[in-house]
Design a protein around this ligand. Structure first.
Ligand SMILES: [Zn+2]
Length: 350
């Protein structure tokens, strides 16, 4: 059973990982065993590959990458009720301590004890099978493909961000960044009721993809146009009700209130490994509400429901698919940050 292993910074290999086979030999009563089908390559996987760490999380031992996944149930624990062998599923990668205070308060994503796939020292799922709690495994309707289902994990971030923003029908939003997270956020904001979403980026091709998603998306080239001026000009000088920061760039964060309307809301999504500055005065005169999100909680079923109904279509975001044997090359390509790609996925042999 070969897995895609990040041996150390800049070094990947496809090899057996006997320890994981041993660890997962037995199935707990509330667990399911899943044969993986499709795994998305996330910016975080690539960052561990190219930098060896993200903030406080450092790769100190070989780690299997991957956390955006779909597959098929091949075995169920004795107490599992809602899943059976043969079910197609997607999986939520973060498992909290069920007894922790954060979990009991309903915000298990900020449980300090959460174990999240491919966040050191926890192995990810670029491997043939995995064992996972049934409670964090979600059955797919027939009309949701494995590829779409592997997009549920990043989509969950967008849905959580739109939820935190408390979108009201007709709101005008801005999304800074047209990467996978920026685009799922734009789709989530529209699904939540936004009338119009401005999406900015420096990559022409990403903006083209953004514009193709909906006629309510307005692409804005961050290097050629002044976003705040454009938004103000098109909102009678008022500004956007919501600004989603999805670049993780300190520069974008510094100007995050510029396009915001009085009383508006900024949602900080992009990971900022180092302390950043933003304009507190600009926030103050607007009485801006600032929300921060860390992954998501309780949104996978909503994401699956929206993919099934067609309320959200993530298919245009999947720009390349690789076979599992090619996964080292796939990561090399992803690490070069090709401007025309949004989401690359890897398919495991079935
Ligand atoms: Zn991800």
């Amino acid at each position: 059973m070969k897995s895609l292993v990040l041996e150390r910074k800049d070094e990947l290999s496809l090899r057996d990982v006997p320890e994981i086979d041993r660890e997962e030999a037995a199935l707990g009563p509330r667990d399911v065993r899943i044969k993986l089908h499709t795994v998305g390559i996330c910016g975080s996987d690539v960052h561990y590959y190219t930098h060896g760490k993200i903030g406080q999380f450092e790769v100190k031992a070989p780690m299997i990458l991957g956390h955006e996944a779909s597959g098929t149930v091949i075995e169920t624990g004795g107490e599992v009720q809602h899943l059976k062998v043969g079910d197609r599923v997607c999986m939520e990668p973060g498992i909290p301590d069920p007894n922790s205070k954060a979990t009991r308060l309903g915000m298990y994503n900020v449980d300090p004890a959460v174990r999240f796939w491919a966040t050191p020292p926890v192995h990810g799922i670029l491997r043939p099978t995995c064992v996972h709690p049934a409670a964090f495994t979600f059955k797919l309707p027939d009309n949701v493909s494995f590829a779409e289902a592997a997009m549920v994990e990043p989509l969950a971030v967008g849905v959580h961000a739109a939820t935190k923003a408390r979108v009201r029908p007709g709101d005008i939003a801005v999304v800074l960044g047209a990467g996978p997270i920026g685009l799922v956020t734009a789709l989530s904001a529209l699904a939540a009721g936004c009338a119009r979403v401005y999406v900015t980026d420096l990559a022409e091709k990403k903006l083209e993809i953004a514009a193709s998603l909906s006629r309510a998306i307005v692409p804005v080239h961050a290097g050629k146009a002044n976003l705040a001026e454009k938004v103000h000009a098109e909102t009678e000088g008022w500004g956007a009700d919501i600004v989603f920061e999805a670049t993780g760039s300190p520069k974008a964060a510094a100007g995050v209130f510029e396009a915001l309307a009085p009383g508006g809301c900024v949602v900080m999504i992009g990971g900022q490994p180092d302390p950043i500055q933003y304009d507190a005065g600009a926030a103050m005169v607007r009485e801006a509400r600032v929300e921060n999100i860390f992954r998501y909680a309780h949104v996978f079923p909503r994401c699956v429901a929206m993919l099934a109904s067609g309320a959200i279509d993530v298919k245009p975001l999947i720009t390349r698919t690789f076979d599992f044997d090619e996964s080292v090359r796939a990561f090399e390509i992803a690490a070069s940050a090709p401007p025309a790609d949004v989401k690359m996925q890897i398919e495991l042999p079935q």
